[in-house]
Design a protein around this ligand. Structure first.
Ligand SMILES: Cc1cc2nc3c(=O)[nH]c(=O)nc-3n(C[C@H](O)[C@H](O)[C@H](O)COP(=O)(O)O)c2cc1C
Length: 577
């Protein structure tokens, strides 16, 4: 590549020097230099952002994965408790970066004959020979080893002593562990946590517990954090419930998901809603509250842990007891039913605004429900994009009285940007998988974002291992604005993966267009069902239930259609919401 004109960031003289130097380099030298410069920028920026005083850095150094395993276990536990924590590999660390950390936990083993683990040798040697002062650092060392070796745990012991000599202070005494390291690591982690100050707003971002996928099984209690690669709007910008296609980076994560499955996504409440609630309840964001035995700020709890949309029964009781004017009690009514209906009729923020009371922070958090993760269907096949997970998100909004409110979860996801982190876990949809036989026809019926799992199904067929005849019926509001995945579907038609494609657009009145489409193509429907087709319904519950009921009713008078067999053989699959 040659750059003819001078980029603005360089002065004339500077640019001349660069051109002169680079023109004398051969290909190998040029490549080396480009790598060197890129590496220098990377390590400088890593070093620049590594000095966050509230952050606890868990460093691991090993060869066979034991140190890393404990480091990830510690990370997961600490994140769950609300600490701001990051895990780094000492093999990737320079002493300059390390010296910037303020709170460091080191978990490392010994190898060879009392040698440091080979990958972290450079770091170890530079630490041992350094004269750095590390007076601002607090640290703890867990040394892994095997007592049958003469130099038991010597690497960890040497690091611990060197750091103390450099002026760093121990959070707790060094711990050595033999081959049954897990037995030592568990109580050591507990002891370590008891020595650390409780997570506060300064030390915590209070994200839900997040761990690397290889630490232990990823599930709802142990989600994994992945990055956003891109977030593309699929529908028209003018549409209030716009639809987005979110692509997540799965390069380092492997989840046990197959097409038809979903992922649970942890969400956050919007900052504006949290601020509004704090203001209306006359509470301060930095006030500390306790949730499941963990101390955190009220703002953290309201942002990451608690549902601030739906008023619970306990919320109603608390407000009733605190409202000295009696107006809240009067509005709720006497019967259980009227109370329930009243609480359903308004979002929590509205109630707090309309019925001002004096409430304390702990009282409030005690009556809020936990913020639930949201489920989204997998929209791609691993076969087509193995390192990515695609999701299709519709911005949800709802009306209550004269007000319109935004759905918290979908709006959070729709607003994610490239490189944002999001915590996810796998969710199986056992009854919504592709059929065992790779040949039977598939009739895929979707409303709106219900198309998501079908895109994944069709990609699976496109990859060649399955040879189903596929028919997609897809309903949405407006052709120009809402033909989701239009170009992909057209390609699937052209390549023959989709045998029939019937998009139906219903404008303002959904009617029963899906059923009408099937009725209009009843010959295909009858033939395919009688050949053993599997029929899948995905998307809006009301629209698709209506279509299903009409279909069942219509099928009764079609002797030649073996609709009963479809049900009896469990070939009708539903994913309705
Ligand atoms: C080839 C080899 C050499 C080892 N040498 C020592 C040693 O000199 N001293 C010691 O305490 N442990 C020694 N160990 C034990 C390891 O430190 C121990 O298995 C540790 O749990 C490995 O952790 P890691 O996976 O983080 O490397 C050695 C292990 C191996 C495989």
């Amino acid at each position: 590549m040659s750059v003819k004109s001078r980029p603005e960031i360089f002065k004339e003289a500077h640019w001349k020097e660069i051109i002169e130097l680079t023109s004398r380099l051969d290909k190998t030298q040029s490549l080396w230099l480009s790598g060197y410069l890129a590496g220098r920028v990377d390590s400088e920026s890593a070093a620049a952002d590594s000095g966050n005083p509230g952050e606890i850095v868990v460093c691991h150094g090993g060869e066979t994965g034991n140190s890393k395993k404990i480091a990830l276990q510690l990370e997961s536990t600490m994140l769950g408790l609300g600490y701001q924590v990051k895990v780094v590999d000492l093999a990737q660390m320079t002493l300059r970066q390390f010296a910037k950390f303020k709170q460091v936990i080191i978990i490392c083993s010994t190898h060879g004959d009392g040698d440091p683990p080979e990958p972290m040798t450079a770091f170890y040697n530079s630490l041992m020979s350094s004269t750095l002062s590390l007076e601002d650092m607090r640290y703890a060392v867990l040394a892994l080893g095997d007592s049958s070796y003469e130099h038991f745990c010597v690497t960890g012991i040497n690091i611990d002593e060197k750091l103390a000599k450099a002026g760093a202070s121990r959070i707790l005494e060094r711990q050595t562990s033999d081959t049954d390291f897990q037995k030592v690591a568990d109580p050591w982690i507990e002891k370590l946590l008891s020595k650390l100050p409780a997570a506060t707003s300064e030390t915590s971002t209070y994200t839900p517990a997040i761990s690397k996928a290889d630490a232990k099984e990823v599930d709802r209690n142990n989600p994994v954090s992945v990055k956003v690669i891109e977030n593309i709007r699929l529908s028209a910008a003018t549409r209030p419930d716009a639809i987005y296609h979110l692509v997540l980076d799965m390069e380092d994560v492997s989840l046990p998901l197959s097409v038809g499955d979903a992922v649970g996504v942890f969400i956050k409440n919007p900052a504006a809603m949290v601020t509004e609630l704090l203001q209306d309840a006359h509470l301060k964001p930095e006030q500390m509250v306790s949730l499941d035995g963990v101390n955190l700020t009220l703002e953290n709890a309201l942002t990451n842990k608690l549902d601030i949309t739906i008023p619970s029964r306990n919320f109603g009781q608390l407000w009733e007891s605190l409202d000295t004017t009696g107006t809240f009690h009067a509005a709720m009514g006497e019967s259980e039913k009227s109370k329930k209906d009243f609480l359903k009729s308004k979002p929590l923020l509205q109630l707090v605004k309309e019925f001002p009371v004096t409430v304390n922070a702990q009282q409030l958090v005690d009556v809020l429900r936990p913020l639930q993760p949201r489920l989204y269907d997998m929209t791609n096949s691993w076969k087509q994009s193995p390192d990515e997970l695609h999701l299709c998100i519709k911005k949800y909004h709802y009306a209550s009285g004269s007000e319109t409110y935004q759905g918290v979860g979908s709006n959070y996801l729709a607003s994610l940007n490239e490189n944002d982190a999001v915590a996810i876990f796998p969710h199986k949809h056992q009854r919504f998988h592709m059929p065992e036989s790779p040949e039977v026809p598939l009739i895929l019926i979707a409303d709106s974002t219900g198309i998501a799992p079908f895109i994944a199904f069709l990609q699976e067929v496109a990859c060649g291992e399955r040879s189903h005849d596929c028919w997609l019926i897809f309903s949405e509001a407006v052709f120009e604005d809402d033909f989701l995945y239009q170009s992909e579907l057209i390609q699937l038609m052209q390549s023959g993966v989709l045998k029939h494609l019937h998009p139906v657009f219903y404008g303002d009145h959904s009617g029963n267009k899906i059923f009408e489409t099937i009725e209009n193509h009843q010959d295909i429907f009858k033939a395919w069902v009688n050949q053993g087709a599997h029929v899948y319904l995905s998307g809006d519950k009301a629209i698709l239930t209506k279509a299903e009921e009409s279909l069942k009713e219509w099928a009764k008078s079609r002797q030649e259609l073996h609709f009963d067999a479809l049900i009896a053989e469990k070939r009708l699959h539903k994913n309705l919401y």
